[in-house]
Design a protein around this ligand. Structure first.
Ligand code: SAM
Length: 288
């Protein structure tokens, strides 16, 4: 026998479902996107629509990606008379963002080159996949003008941390390669139903073009950063020794003016890039 509870969507803890119930906070999040009247907004994990209902009133177009089948169906029903929203039932880590925002067939003819639309991204993220979502957004950063997301407070602190500070690590470095980070405001667990165990912070990421300025091979530099930050307690030298010969490291550190006793966390991205170039490019080929 079917009971009514079978039809009522329940919170699925595995999907990070903590729904925002603080309306003032929802307004602040949407405000943080700026003037969106001419923009497309990609919403990640719309859930029950706390942000979505405001977005459709302000944005030119909203694309909302929700992985929970029941919630996606409810959203479609709730917004069935709203022409500027498309609800996609899917996993934000799997959907093809090039198909959503890239060139349309025929738009690559000479004189019709596709200029990527500059989309704004918003989402009260499922915390269990925050880093994966960030990496995916950075991979497709050519489409994004700004990203306003709610993350666990400790993660926000790491995203925004300066080199040399306690919270600075691999996540800070990889994020700051691609975007400048602003921490906007923090909410207590009670702002959500059901309340999570942690505080949550809204951050705005603005793609900065820093990785392009560093002039490094991106995948190789990221591999190098992962190695440099490998073991937090080890010095940079000891972490890099697992891949590079001592004499090459000594020469490269001298050339990049970096002390062997330093830890990766203390270096700016520019210093890390300098060392990376000194290790991977012959001296004559180096620019700086
Ligand atoms: N935006 C709503 C709010 O503020 O009340 C819901 C936020 S809740 C923290 C996260 C939402 O992301 C949930 O609705 C969950 O189902 C959805 N979600 C979880 N994993 C997802 C994924 N891989 N792709 C898209 N949505 C996902």
């Amino acid at each position: 026998m079917k009971t009514s509870s079978a039809r009522v969507p329940r919170k699925k803890p595995k999907l990070g479902q903590h729904f925002l119930k603080d309306t003032a906070a929802a307004i602040r999040i949407v405000d943080a996107l700026g003037d969106i009247s001419q923009s497309t907004v990609l919403e990640i994990g719309p859930g029950g629509g706390a942000l979505t209902s405001m977005l459709v009133k302000r944005a030119r177009r909203v694309i909302a990606v929700e992985t929970d089948r029941v919630l996606a169906a409810q959203l479609r029903m709730n917004f069935s008379l709203t022409p500027n929203i498309e609800v996609i039932e899917g996993d934000i880590l799997a959907i093809d963002l090039d198909t959503l925002f890239g060139p349309r067939p025929g738009s690559t003819r000479p004189g019709m080159e596709h200029v990527p639309e500059r989309v704004r991204v918003v989402g009260n993220l499922p915390y269990y996949i925050t880093s994966d979502i960030l990496l995916r957004l950075f991979e497709y950063r050519k489409y994004f003008e700004s990203i306003v997301i709610m993350v666990q407070k400790e993660v926000a602190d790491r995203l925004a941390a300066d080199p040399g500070s306690r919270d600075y690590g691999l996540l800070s470095a990889t994020t700051q390669l691609y975007a400048s980070v602003e921490e906007l405001f923090t909410l207590p667990p009670e702002a959500f139903a059901p309340p999570p165990k942690v505080h949550s912070t809204v951050v705005r990421l603005t793609p900065s073009g820093r990785v392009e300025k560093l002039g490094v091979n991106e995948p190789e530099f990221i591999r190098f950063l992962k190695l440099s930050f490998g073991q937090k307690r080890k010095t940079l030298w000891n972490n890099l020794r697992t891949r590079y010969a001592s004499e090459d490291l000594t020469r490269a550190m001298l050339r990049a003016k970096i002390k062997p006793t330093v830890r990766a966390e203390a270096l700016s991205l520019e210093q890390n890039a300098q060392l990376f170039r000194a290790l991977t490019q012959p001296a004559a080929a180096q620019v700086s």
